[in-house]
Design a protein around this ligand. Structure first.
Ligand code: G3I
Length: 370
């Protein structure tokens, strides 16, 4: 279209937009209302892998329209962690988590259970003896101490997994057990490790498989796609698999920033696949502090390259979950890491993963009309 016609139509479009905004029929939409015609991510990715999102007790409502349109899997951001389900010993509170699980069920979505065993967000009582002393801080940890903590670990897993049998298809059984310190394989500050030793991992997975033999059981962690942590993770997983411990998959969390190495991720995917493990990208968010048009374009191109890689390995990558939906509700409030902005509108990063075959620069004109 000749430039001068573009100018005229551009002005007409601007006039229409101003008119529409005055009449309140702008292209934005309520959080729970109908969405403007944009493509559905779960439809676009249905032949590759589940496309999921982490939601919490608030966003499961405020982001309902986006959830139902784009995602085939949900993860509770906090509600299914030990502090979310068994804050006090013996008192299981499933109500908030059930709002997420029931919504997923009503929409035909799958649910990833996050997480059964973690050193964080786990109530203190798990690690205290009958006198209230922290077992992991005692000079001598007795066999009775170990038995008490093991029973609590197994009881938590048994109660939670029985309750969600048939509703949760995959569990992050153990989360973040590998040390960031290259001198050790396992994280030394985990009370689970300090009290039960490395055996806590085997105990957790064997109990999980006994309770729900149909559930897919994952080891989940951050930075295990990075060389400094990858090989020690593989060493732990291989040792467990060689002992017949029922670990079915590895969860690569994917808390990244624009510019992080993508070839390093590819190398890790290949190495985990060599163990015969399924791979879930469990907590993807890709941060940028630069939200200028150029900064958002760089984030879009990075997201595109990452999703192109995931599609290339969709024979082993069976689920990709974003750790949130919009930049309005993210654990990284300064990093603008998600596909929808603070107004819950699709960002360039959203459009960039709609069609990963062309670079974002080639696609932007088509999707943004620029
Ligand atoms: O529930 C309390 C509330 O009662 C209190 O009023 C409020 C203010 O202090 O805090 C609330 O707890 C917060 C909790 O989220 C629930 O909202 C905690 O302070 C806050 O630290 C916690 O953050 C979560 C974080 O895990 C904790 O480690 C994030 O939302 C959650 O996105 C994040 O997710 C983890 C994954 O589970 C594991 N991988 C890393 C990822 C990011 O840390």
């Amino acid at each position: 279209m000749p430039r001068k016609w573009r100018k005229i139509t551009g002005c007409a479009a601007l006039l229409l937009l101003v008119l529409a905004l005055i009449l309140g029929v702008g292209c934005s939409y309520s959080t729970a209302g109908e969405l403007p015609e944009i493509p559905s991510l779960k439809e676009i990715y249905s032949d590759y892998f589940e496309i999921g999102a982490a939601v919490n007790g608030t966003t499961v409502t405020t982001h309902k329209a986006l959830i139902d349109k784009h995602f085939s899997s949900l993860t509770a951001e906090n509600e299914m962690k030990p502090e979310g389900l068994q804050r006090q010993e013996g008192r299981f509170l499933f109500q908030v988590a059930d709002r997420i699980v029931n919504h997923a069920d009503s929409q035909g979505m799958k649910v990833r259970g996050h997480t059964l065993v973690w050193h964080a967000q786990t109530p203190d009582w798990f690690f205290r003896d009958k006198d209230g002393k922290r077992i992991d801080q005692k000079a001598v940890i007795t066999e009775a101490d170990r038995q008490l903590v093991r029973e609590r670990l197994e009881q938590h897993i048994e109660t939670v997994m029985k309750y969600y049998t048939g509703k949760v298809y995959a569990w992050d059984v153990v989360n973040e057990a590998i040390s960031d310190d290259g001198r050790y394989i396992l994280r030394q500050d985990s009370p689970w490790f300090k009290i039960l030793g490395e055996e806590f991992i085997e105990i957790a997975f064997r109990k999980a498989h006994e309770v729900d033999p149909d559930a897919l059981l994952f080891y989940n962690d951050y930075n295990i796609e990075r060389a400094y942590k990858r090989d020690r993770t593989i060493e732990m997983l291989k040792k467990m698999l060689d002992k017949g411990v029922p670990i079915h998959g590895v969860g690569i969390q994917g808390h990244w920033s624009v510019g992080d190495s993508i070839p390093e991720v590819e190398q890790a995917i290949k190495k985990y696949a060599e163990l015969g493990l399924e791979i879930h990208i469990t907590e993807l968010d890709i941060g940028t502090r630069d939200i200028s048009p150029a900064g958002l374009a760089r984030q879009a191109e990075y997201y595109r390259q990452v999703f192109a890689l995931f599609k290339k390995y969709s024979d082993v990558i069976t689920s990709v979950t974003l750790w949130g939906i919009s930049d309005r509700a993210t654990w990284r409030p300064n990093d603008n890491p998600l596909l929808f902005d603070k107004q819950m509108e699709p960002k360039p990063a959203f459009w960039a993963i709609v069609n990963t075959d062309k670079s974002w620069e080639e696609n932007r004109a088509f999707y943004l009309g620029e």
